[in-house]
Design a protein around this ligand. Structure first.
Ligand code: ATP
Length: 495
């Protein structure tokens, strides 16, 4: 707990809940002491125990209003004792505490009936807030049936950093609900894996989980791909066709790169979230749908909203809960556990066990702009090179020196921003909304000449090679150069 957290004075606790009895079960005396100080200052009675067995006896005699239960205890651990505490106390909320949480522990705790999950070390402010919320919940809740855990060895989400512990806690708490979740983070930080984990631990687990990246869909057809269309909706629509939301009925949709969703489609998505219904393209009869939406992005959605590229109402509707995955370079504690995990997933247990501190330290000094994806590939590469012996830093591929964290997205993002500014300017200038009829053609005319000139320069004026690079027919290139009045001399000479 941090020193700057000072417990509030009793008189500051005007809105405090009724005086309650709180049982703290932890074999660390400092934790028991901290809670005693925090909660008795608020007028509550605090009982402490250093083992599950001792705690259960107190739970039966004291019938506490709240139990704070550590996971690691001397004999029986907190997770297995959890249902017994709920039963012994007559159904009071139990907050599980751990310093060694992984996703499975967090999910098991919530599935066994924990009302919340505190990751050590925690701030007193957080502990106070979590206790207050738990104390305000009904004491009459019944103990949920224990759920049998499935072994989820493949594609597990691992990490020991506080940021990952926080993510595990959020996943565990949100999984059982139907809340939309917004998952943000740079490329390769594990957003899709978080989406899959939420689905896997939800009541929809047996239904479809459909990860969709709208950017990979045909731009003109993205709406119809997502929501389907009816016969005659557009040229070529010769029959009714269901969309991806039909396919995901009852399950979960993971929308990747939500920041790139066209505005028109954003409106439709908002209707799904608000009213649980959507229209197929060309249809006038709304269809009901029962789909949980998880969304991910590596873009700054606040900036996208500012530029008018992302709807604010959709942002607030989507971010029922926001899980942020920091870049790997900001959670270096995860590198060792991830390396071991990737090596044992490759079946290379001996390399996993023999990873040296010195190697981990060297790896932690690298920038990992591609985040966990880059680390995973690098470990795989190193394992192949090492051929069964212990890994050394020389087995790893060279780090991509000199690259900036978000460089892969930067030119596209800058271009999108420039287009947005241009568009906004033109649309604002057309306040009456009737003068603009060639917006699309105007934009193409503004950017295409530069594209053609630079490509021709890159091929030293060879039209055939430039057409290949551009992915257009040589005749089309010739026509375009004529249209824009670009001569070969222009193209070779500069922009
Ligand atoms: N915490 C983690 N534990 C184990 N594997 C991870 C973790 N985070 C990421 N990975 C692995 O890294 C790779 C990239 O993860 P994922 O596709 O979920 O990232 P992403 O953030 O969705 O990336 P993008 O934005 O590029 O789509 C995957 O192979 C995934 O299994």
């Amino acid at each position: 707990m941090s020193d700057r957290d000072q417990p509030q004075r009793p008189e500051e606790e005007a809105s405090s809940t009724d005086r309650a009895t709180v049982l703290v079960v932890d074999d660390e005396p400092s934790i028991c002491w901290a809670f005693e100080r925090l909660l008795s200052d608020q007028g509550h009675t605090v009982k402490t125990a250093s083992s599950a067995e001792e705690g259960l006896q107190l739970a039966a005699t004291e019938r506490p209003d709240l139990v704070l239960l550590d996971v690691r205890l001397p004999k029986e651990d907190g997770i297995s004792a959890l249902p017994k505490f709920i039963e012994a106390s007559g159904g009071c909320p139990v907050i599980v505490m751990t310093a060694f949480g992984d996703l499975e522990t967090a999910v098991a705790a919530v599935q066994r009936g924990a009302s919340d999950y505190l990751v050590k070390p925690f701030r007193l402010d957080d502990a106070r807030r979590v206790c207050q919320v738990a104390l305000s919940t009904s004491k009459s809740r019944s103990a949920p049936a224990p759920v049998v855990r499935k072994d989820q060895r493949e594609n597990r989400l691992v990490g020991s950093s506080p940021a990952m512990q926080q993510a595990f806690r959020q996943i565990a708490l949100v999984a059982a609900s139907d809340l939309s979740v917004l998952i943000t983070g740079e490329t390769g930080t594990g957003k899709e894996l978080v989406g899959a984990a939420i689905h896997r631990h939800s009541h929809r687990a047996k239904e479809v989980y459909l990860p969709i990246a709208p950017v990979t869909l045909n731009e003109d057809l993205v709406e119809s791909e997502l929501f389907g269309h009816v016969k005659g909706a557009f040229t070529g629509a010769d029959a009714d066709r269901p969309g991806l939301f039909d396919r995901a009925e009852g399950g979960t949709v993971f929308l990747d790169e939500i920041g790139d969703l066209p505005i028109g489609v954003q409106v439709k998505l908002l209707r799904v979230l608000d009213q649980g219904e959507y229209l197929r393209v060309g249809d006038v009869h709304p269809r009901r749908c029962n789909v949980r939406v998880l969304a991910a992005t590596n873009r700054d959605l606040h900036e996208a909203m500012r530029l008018g590229q992302f709807r604010e109402d959709l942002y607030y509707r989507l971010s029922g809960l926001h899980i942020h995955l920091p870049p790997l370079r900001e959670r270096l504690e995860d590198i060792a556990v991830l390396c071991r995990y990737f090596l044992s997933r490759l079946g290379n247990e001996s390399a996993a066990e023999s990873l040296s501190e010195a190697l981990i330290e060297k790896l932690a000094g690298r920038p990992w702009y591609g985040n966990v994806r880059e680390l995973s590939n690098a470990v795989e590469h190193a394992a192949v090179v090492a051929r069964g012996r212990s890994l050394t830093i020389d087995d790893f591929p060279d780090p991509q020196l000199g690259r900036e964290p978000s460089e892969p997205q930067r030119p596209e993002a800058a271009l999108a921003d420039a287009v947005a500014a241009w568009c906004k300017d033109r649309l604002d200038g057309d306040a009456a909304g009737d003068a603009l009829t060639t917006l699309h053609a105007d934009l193409i005319a503004a950017v295409e000449p530069t594209l053609l000139r630079l490509t021709l320069q890159s091929t030293a004026g060879s039209r055939a090679a430039a057409a290949d690079r551009l992915g257009i027919h040589r005749g089309t290139l010739r026509e375009k150069l004529r249209h824009y009045g670009i001569s070969d001399v222009d193209a070779a000479g500069g922009t």
